[in-house]
Design a protein around this ligand. Structure first.
Ligand SMILES: [Zn+2]
Length: 144
């Protein structure tokens, strides 16, 4: 799948055609994605626990990945995805690229940003708590 978690996508087919939103869930096996605010379905929920409240909950349903296009954060257009290989930490990484040449992969971007930040913040010493927290949060990578 060319669409990954937290991507901003444009819906190009179906009842929510034209809407944009963030991808909140992906299921590569079935080739479907869940987009924030898209394909809202009413779910009747029963109170299973004492703390639960019964009622009708509106939530997003999954849509087929072919019905969305990734929006480039640089040029703002929905684009088909092409691939390129980028050197990062001595390894060659396959990244997604927009028509305009912008790299769409946030994990790669995050790494690049983190590396930049590290270089910037190296002289300043942060509190122990903060650095520990940063180390705990692993860079999430979603797999195809
Ligand atoms: Zn672009």
């Amino acid at each position: 799948m060319n669409v990954k978690l937290n991507d901003n996508v444009l819906v190009i087919a179906g009842k929510d055609k034209g809407k944009t939103g963030r991808v909140v869930a992906t299921s590569p096996k079935s080739g479907r994605v869940t987009v924030q605010g898209v394909n809202l379905q009413k779910k009747h929920t029963k109170a299973r626990k004492a703390t639960d409240v019964a009622g009708i909950v509106e939530r997003e349903g999954a849509i087929d990945v072919s019905n969305v296009m990734v929006i480039c954060d640089k040029c703002g257009k929905a684009t088909r995805v092409k691939h390129a290989f980028v050197e990062a930490d001595g390894k060659t990484k396959k990244v997604r690229v927009c028509k305009c040449g912008n790299v769409l992969d946030k994990t790669y971007k995050k790494q690049a940003k983190a590396a930049d930040k590290k270089a910037e913040e190296a002289p300043k010493k942060r509190t122990r708590k903060r650095t520990a927290k940063a180390a705990e949060a692993p860079a999430e990578e979603n797999k195809d």
